[in-house]
Write a protein that binds this ligand. Structure first.
Ligand SMILES: [Zn+2]
Length: 142
């Protein structure tokens, strides 16, 4: 039988048992990421209110604005990537770097969405139906 050895301690701090709660909300470096992204109070409030990470995250999605929930999603995604980069490639970034990166990525994502929405509206206008010139037939398929 082949076994893959798994480390039970948190690979980021190597001080605590790795659990989803510890990883997301208690690990010192990761807490710094939340703080740098401006979400410390948002997260702290939920961790005092709920017992499971899923409850905290769902509440952030339901009861904060799109901007806050989007930044939270970026932080989580970066924390997870950072953890895996450390485990598999021995490279990691500090919590502060991750927090800045989360804000930067969120802003870029927002810009792209704005441009995309703008251009798709323009495309819609450009492709609006127009009466054809005589002797032309048009067939639309969907
Ligand atoms: Zn840790």
């Amino acid at each position: 039988m082949i076994c893959v050895p798994c480390q039970l301690d948190c690979p980021i701090c190597e001080n605590e048992h790795e659990s989803d709660w510890h990883f997301l909300f208690d690990c010192h470096d990761n807490r710094r990421a939340w703080q740098t992204a401006g979400l410390k109070a948002i997260v702290l409030q939920r961790t005092q209110q709920f017992n499971m990470p899923i409850e905290c995250l769902m509440d952030i999605c339901k009861n904060t604005d799109k901007d806050t929930a989007g930044k939270a999603a970026m932080v989580i995604w970066l924390l997870w990537n950072n953890r895996n980069n450390w485990v598999w490639n021995h490279t990691k970034e500090s919590g502060q770097q991750l927090g800045h990166k989360a804000l930067c990525l969120w802003n870029k994502w927002n810009e792209v969405q704005t441009v995309r929405n703008h251009s798709s509206r323009r495309e819609q206008q450009a492709t609006q139906w127009q009466k054809l010139q005589q002797l032309w037939l048009k067939c639309n398929l969907s």
